[in-house]
Design a binder for this molecule. Sequence first.
Ligand SMILES: [Zn+2]
Length: 345
Amino acid sequence: MATLRVVKPATVKAAQISKPGSAFEIVERDIPEPEAGQVRIEVRACGICHSDVLVTEGVFPWIQYPRVPGHEVAGIVDAVGPGVTGWKAGQRVGVGWHGGHDGTCRKCRRGDFRNCRNLKITGVSYDGGYQQYMVAPVEALVPIPDGLTDVEAAPLLDAGITTYNALRNSGAMPGDLVAVQGIGGLGHLGVQFANKFGYNVVAIGRGSENELLARKLGAQVYIDSQTTNVAQELQKLGGARVILATAPDSKAMSALIDGLGPNGKLLVIGAGLDPIEVTPAQLIFGSKTIQGWEAGTPAASEDALNFCALAGVHPMIETYPLERVAEAYSRMLGGKAEFRVVLTM
Ligand SMILES: [Zn+2]
């Protein structure tokens, strides 16, 4: 008589937040079952992102607890729900910030899925990737190309797509002067994309310690914001067509605006809470703009992952097992990580 092998666990380990402000708890939960229009994913890796504070701190009053955070998920389709076509068990997939849309609202009918009236955010609207198995709606899935490992793909599904999509939609053309402010979780990817897109890349960092790294990642010029007037330095280079502002420091962003050239754009992706200060005259003369940018659709994430595999863009990662989630999370929160923290299951 053959021994019965248990293929799937009956319960899964998850790191949950039981109420706003509480610490992570590792719990055993029933393995979730995919419903119509959903798949179950065996999670292999999940990035820890600063916007997970939405869940840990309860920033949105509508979040339901307990909640499992995580919107940088890489894994394998493990089971498909009723009626699901186009995805099959064994396929490598990711889920990013864009966790689903209704496909029927006014914005969706015009193809603007990112601004769906019923947009779902992975790990916020429903349980995300800080667990061994999760379910996700099919419209949120992103195929992962063979050229990327799970731990590499995970942070590309939010930090990667955000920098890639912001730059590729910025209007900057090959050869244009593009500055990336902040050499951190977002910025170290932004510099790589800017280089691979053929821009003349300026990296702006605090202090000199990141200069070597920034140049290695593809910056032609490095500006130390602690010892130099960044706006003046950018003007000496002709003025930036685009400045990608990744460090969540609104005061530092305000100081960059005068570094823009004609028709230049300050592209804001570092989510600070203080106001950016600018006078109308700073924007009017030279027709300058300030624009924010939020991640992208799963289709755009697919483009980002494929581009990373094709062009050799690699996130720099620290990995921690799920059991050490509290330590990993505080590493991210303290800004000490180099540069993205990824949980492995
Ligand atoms: Zn919609």
